[in-house]
Design a protein around this ligand. Structure first.
Ligand code: UDP
Length: 347
């Protein structure tokens, strides 16, 4: 098949591109490189089955051209990362809402199936675990910026279902905390690469709150396997699936595992949430997927346990930053500015 991957130079997107090309498919990547990295797709540039389109996912003309001849559009482009939700909610919502509307309109014209990367964040703080796909969304007040991402993704899901009614084959995937090589190590990334970077830099590893909040961390290869299956399985059309590993891990335990697996002497520090996210933040206490439906329909079965996935991710971080055992700041440029990480050890 021929596939468009929006956000294809990003963390999950680039792994999906690798898997698609390895399986013999043709790939068009659309990315504006606001957080995606050219190096994530550089190895494919000479491959005639690979095309790179640099641009904004909200640009309808560009999308129409990029999607021409495609059988499927994987829509992964988004402004992801809790720090973005509290710092720039307008951009999160604009890319989330307008970008998804643009992809769907172009896919409708091209007659392409859409696989929409939504998020476990849409369940908000629903306490009923494990979360099944039909579970209610329980979000806090709109004055809490954190919920803007969940709201934009939920709007995207509604748009998908609107097109489904018109006959477009759409599949909605709710990803649960993907991690692995190429994940953002900066303050805008998820907790796994942050902890690894902190451990390799000598600490401290910063646990916010009491550390008893949990997540279900999913190695990116598993996320990609579920995503590919959603495009290929006929019965997936019109459905929503959780894509995650049901192993539930408290954040304090994650910090210990990262410290032990890196062999770092790093101290684990407990810090108040506000010190990092400001006041406009509310945490999700537990988040565990039911993957029964994905298993049943997509044949999805997460294979990589946390310790194994962490070891692979640590190896990647080490290979990328051979000097990381020192106390260097591994923060990188994002959106043209230096990431501000107040918990970076003193230089
Ligand atoms: N977290 C933490 N220390 C950090 C970064 C994150 O304790 O340096 C916590 C965060 O407060 C949340 C969990 O780790 O409870 C997962 O955060 P992440 O940003 O990875 O994503 P989320 O699942 O909240 O979208």
């Amino acid at each position: 098949m021929r596939a468009l991957v929006s956000g294809g130079a990003g963390f999950i997107g680039s792994h999906l591109v690798d898997a698609l090309l390895a399986a013999g498919h043709e790939v068009v990547v659309l990315d504006d490189f606001s957080s995606g990295r050219p190096e994530n797709v550089a190895r494919h540039v000479a491959d005639p089955r690979f095309r790179l389109v640099r641009g904004d996912v909200r640009d309808r003309g560009l999308l129409r051209d990029a999607l021409r001849g495609c059988d499927v559009a994987f829509h992964l482009a988004a402004v992801v990362g809790v720090r973005h939700y509290v710092e720039d909610p307008l951009r999160v919502m604009s890319v989330g809402a307008d970008g998804t509307a643009a992809i769907l309109a172009a896919a409708w014209e091209a007659g392409a199936r859409v696989v929409f990367a939504s998020t476990s964040e849409v369940y908000g703080r629903n306490p009923e675990q494990p979360l099944v796909e039909g579970a209610a969304r329980l979000l806090g007040d709109t004055s809490v910026d954190r919920w803007c991402y969940a709201t934009a993704k939920a709007l995207g899901e509604h748009l998908c279902f609107g097109y489904r009614r018109r006959g477009l084959p759409v599949v909605v995937l709710r990803y649960f905390n993907a991690y692995g090589p190429r994940a953002k190590e900066s303050a805008y990334g998820g907790v796994v690469p942050r902890f690894i970077r902190q451990a390799l830099a000598g600490g401290p590893i910063t646990v916010f709150g009491d550390g008893l909040q949990t997540r279900s961390f999913t190695y990116v290869e598993d996320t990609v396997r579920g995503t590919l299956a959603a495009a290929l399985e006929e019965r997936a059309a019109g459905e929503v699936f959780n894509i995650g590993h049901p192993e539930e891990t408290p954040i304090a335990r994650l910090a210990e595992r990262v410290r032990d697996l890196t062999g770092s002497p790093a101290r684990i520090a407990r810090l108040p949430y506000e010190s990092f996210y400001g006041e406009s933040y509310e945490d999700v206490r537990r988040r565990v997927p039911s993957v029964e439906k994905a298993g049943h329909v997509l044949g999805f079965k997460p294979r990589v346990a946390l310790d194994e996935g962490l070891a692979l991710t640590i190896d990647w971080c080490r290979s990328r930053n051979p000097a990381a055992s020192g106390r260097r700041n591994l923060g990188e440029r994002e959106g043209g500015r230096r990431d501000h990480d107040p918990f970076e050890p003193a230089q």
